[in-house]
Design a protein around this ligand. Structure first.
Ligand code: PHE
Length: 336
């Protein structure tokens, strides 16, 4: 019996087979258990020897099963590892539909940053959640100013000190931060997200602007025009862009202008397309950040990034820019 039992154990080729063998040998109706049952029928002088032998056999078989189990486990693991081995040095195989695409807005964000970097502008940053002070007050928009209404501001709950944080309605608060952190001369741009409670074909509650700010001792409107025209030539990749400056009003610039580009410049039939607001930094703003307006002057502009993206790449509906539709991205996106 011992021989045949051990042979069975060693013959088990998988863990499942081994379990069957274990039940067959040691289970309640198993062969070895049957031996134990026989003890009762034996004459007293044989009981002890027989019992001992049966127990010994039982132990031996179950030790053998444990040993075989460990062996099989190890082998199954080794086989599994061998089966699942991946060659990480193989080149990636991706279908065209799985290849990532760069969103046109990200593409434009980079293009814009590069063009201004070539003109000596540094990138400045500010948080999306701003203080009322940076978004309005320090930009010469005091508490009761009507411009506050025009901005459709998203406010947070007032804080304990009574101040109300908000989602910045434009990138202009980065002007304030830059002027407080740096010393003139400075040339910065600040691309970023902005928020207004507004939604239709040409407005989304979140959109993007790029702010520009130049402060120096002799900066004037000629510099502003040169920078904007140089930018448009580079961005729209045309030698000559017709641009139109319309008198406008922003509390933080004086004079203020809105700038349109002629649509024919970008191969469209429409007449004029507005792309930005700009002007010379208002003396009150300079004073507010501790700069002497007698000594320093500068210009600022704020351009709609989504706007110029749509113009350059012929995207008709602003909302599709934020819809995360993969088919749209495959059509308008850029390969990596
Ligand atoms: N912040 C203005 C807006 O959001 C744009 C602007 C920026 C105008 C800088 C003048 C100077 O409409």
């Amino acid at each position: 019996l011992e021989k045949s039992a051990l042979k069975k154990v060693r013959g088990a080729k998988t863990l499942a087979e081994l379990e069957d063998v274990r039940v067959e040998l040691l289970g309640r109706n198993g062969e070895i258990q049957a031996l134990t049952k026989q003890i009762g029928t034996l004459p007293p002088e044989e009981k002890q020897t027989f019992g001992k032998a049966a127990n010994k056999l039982k132990r031996k078989v179950s030790d053998e099963i444990e040993a075989r189990k460990a062996e099989l486990k190890e082998r199954e693991l080794a086989e599994k590892l061998a089966r699942e081995k991946a060659d990480v040095t193989l080149p990636v195989r991706l279908g065209p539909q799985l290849e990532g695409r760069i969103h046109p807005l990200s593409q434009v964000w980079d293009e814009v940053t590069e063009i201004f970097a070539d003109m000596g502008f540094e990138v400045a940053e500010g948080p999306d959640i701003e203080t009322d002070e940076n978004n309005f007050t320090k930009l010469n928009i005091p508490e009761e100013h009507p411009a506050r209404q025009e901005h459709d501001t998203f406010y947070f709950h007032p804080k304990d000190d009574g101040s109300r944080p908000l989602l910045r309605t434009h990138t202009s608060p980065v002007q304030i931060r830059a002027m407080q952190e740096r010393k003139p001369p400075m040339r910065i741009i600040a691309p970023g997200r902005v928020y207004r409670s507004d939604s239709d074909q040409t407005h989304t509650p979140q959109f993007h602007q790029v702010e520009g700010l130049v402060i120096d001792e002799t900066t004037h409107m000629g510099h502003l025009r040169w920078v904007l025209e140089e930018f448009c030539r580079a961005f729209f990749e045309v030698d000559d862009v017709k641009m139109r400056y319309r008198a406008s009003h922003f509390p933080f610039t004086e004079p203020s202008m809105e700038v349109d580009i002629s649509a024919e410049a970008i191969g469209k039939q429409d007449d004029w397309l507005e792309i930005l607001g700009c002007g010379m930094v208002h003396p009150n703003v300079l004073r507010g950040v501790g700069l002497d307006p007698e000594k320093y002057q500068g210009f600022a502009f704020g351009m709609g990034l989504d706007r110029i993206t749509m113009l350059k790449y012929g995207i008709p509906d602003l909302r599709t820019m934020f819809a995360s539709d993969l088919r749209w991205l495959r059509h308008y996106g850029f390969s990596m």
